[in-house]
Design a protein around this ligand. Structure first.
Ligand code: 2NE
Length: 275
């Protein structure tokens, strides 16, 4: 697969090829823990992918293996720069900007697939959780650590996790902070499939190519519909935004705009009041 590097960043890699973007967290010495800079870069790359009409699927993954042979998708917030009120970047400002990224990934009208090799832990676990699909390598390990390290994610990390694995299992995951292997994750519906680690990227590309054969508008509206069920007014806004998009593509809507520009009354009598 001939990935083209799009832009160079400090903490991530960003590639595109043939309708697919690949965004890779590149801090393997920290098990791909994120700092504010990492999140700013991820946000920038996801915005680029959202704005590029040639792209329909975004793969999110972690660089690896590290020199010790271990893999990681992401191990959450970088604890070494955790300050009094969040994760502190070079500007000295404490942030929890991963929450912005979570909302972007959920609302982006394209399919985001997490490719998880090794650890998806803490805020890194929530990142895979909020992706539309998760493909796990057979060496993947999943878990939350919040109550162990003095943190928690009471947003998607709690409520959406409970939607995905059920209330009992979600409470177990958070209250006990255990680690779960790929097969356990598959059996609780936390991932879509498990493949040998050497085949992880190829599997992601295969799923992406299948999705790219489908109707972009249908996939877009379905993603918004799945979100609307969980995301309250923001979810309804997203779904309704798609209705507006479809309306703008319709003659009835164009009549309103054209009449305004042509300084005449609109002729909506030509359109039926459908049952
Ligand atoms: C991920 C895990 C289980 C891996 O364990 P292991 O034994 O394979 O590796 P090790 O030796 O712990 O880690 C390797 C190196 O990566 C660093 C370590 O400190 C170590 O560095 P050196 O000693 O070699 O210098 N590293 C790993 N994870 C890191 C992290 N998150 N921050 C900074 N350095 C990290 C094991 O490493 C682990 O449990 N990591 C911590 C997971 C964690 O608790 N993450 C934060 C959860 S809170 C959060 O993410 C969050 C939130 O709850 C709400 C909002 C925003 C964020």
């Amino acid at each position: 697969f001939s990935w083209q590097s799009v832009k160079s960043y400090q903490d991530i890699l960003y590639h595109k090829a043939d309708g697919i973007a690949k965004i890779t967290i590149n801090r393997p010495h920290k098990r791909n823990a994120f700092r504010p800079q990492t999140i700013f870069e991820l946000y920038d790359a996801f915005i680029d992918a959202r704005e590029d009409p040639s792209l329909g699927v975004i793969l999110l993954t972690g660089a690896g293996p590290h020199t010790d042979g271990k893999y990681a998708f992401c191990s959450g917030g970088d604890q070494s720069i955790r300050g009094e009120a969040g994760y502190v970047g070079d500007d000295g400002v404490p942030r929890l900007n991963v929450l912005d990224l979570q909302r972007l990934i959920r609302s982006i009208p394209k399919v985001v697939i997490a490719l998880v090799a090794g650890y998806a832990i803490g805020g890194g676990h929530v990142l895979h959780l909020i992706c539309d699909l998760s493909i796990a390598a057979d060496n993947a390990i999943f878990g939350q650590t919040g109550p162990k390290v003095g943190s928690f994610d009471g947003g998607f990390g709690a409520s959406y996790l409970a939607r995905v694995v059920g209330q009992k299992k979600a409470r177990e995951i958070w209250f006990l902070c255990r680690q779960y292997d790929a097969q356990a994750a598959l059996s609780m519906g936390l991932v879509n499939t498990v493949v040998p680690v050497a085949e992880l990227e190829a599997e992601g590309i295969q799923w992406a190519q299948e999705i790219l054969q489908k109707s972009p508008l249908a996939i877009r509206c379905l993603k918004a519909a799945f979100n609307a069920d969980c995301d309250g007014q923001a979810g309804i806004q997203e779904l309704a935004g798609n209705a507006t998009l479809l309306f703008y593509m319709n003659e009835e809507s164009a009549e309103g705009k054209n009449a305004f520009l042509e300084k005449r009354d609109p002729n909506f009598r030509q359109f039926p009041w459908r049952p």
